[in-house]
Design a protein. Sequence first.
Length: 248
Amino acid sequence: MTIDSALTALAIILSVVSVALSGWFSIRTARLSHSLAAEREERLEQQSALKAAEQVYEPLAQAAAELQSRIFNIVETGWVPLMKRYESHGDYAIVSTAFLFAHYFGWIEARRQAVLASSGEGGRDLEVQRHIDAVLKTLRRSEDSEGFLFFTTEQRAIGELMLEWETVAKARVPKVKGYAAFVKQYRADESFREWFRPVDAGMSLLSTGDNRRLIDIQRALVALIDELDPKRKYTAGFELERIEHTPN
């Protein structure tokens, strides 16, 4: 083989190697770019979910605070004083308590749908979810009594019935029914009122002095509020002291 032939062969080999290396680097670069894009999209989804969830943190924290406050007052006041306080207002004690449960369930559903709509999960919101699950499990637990017993699907159903949507600056914003709208539907719609039999049963149970379930619910709600609003930015006007169980 002549020198010219050898050089030509070497040039061909180097050209082939160069093309192969260029192709390998192109594939590697494309894979890396795709991986980085996927990671970036995942981070954006996580941030989107967390942002969507945080939009309902304030009303959810307030709804939880109002419900735990009513429970605290019921437990601390006792059944007889409670009934005397509201005896001139008919069934206000039961209806308003039913509303506070419904209002809480409504904002829980609003948060759930906000997270689902964002197609992702937020880091801190996972801890919020853990506390929400703790409240849910306490409400559906039936070991102590049947009072204030809402099964998982019932909590979800009430939340769906309470949740509405409105458009603000071309954005779809969750809205939960207020007390006036709730009372109107509660009094006029028997099928709607049926969802709140657990409140009727719970209030009747209180007359026997059994408040164990309410105490457990209140404690779980306060733990949720501590996570949602640790600096009391949204719930500054509420006393958020956990009720202690009285030894039998």
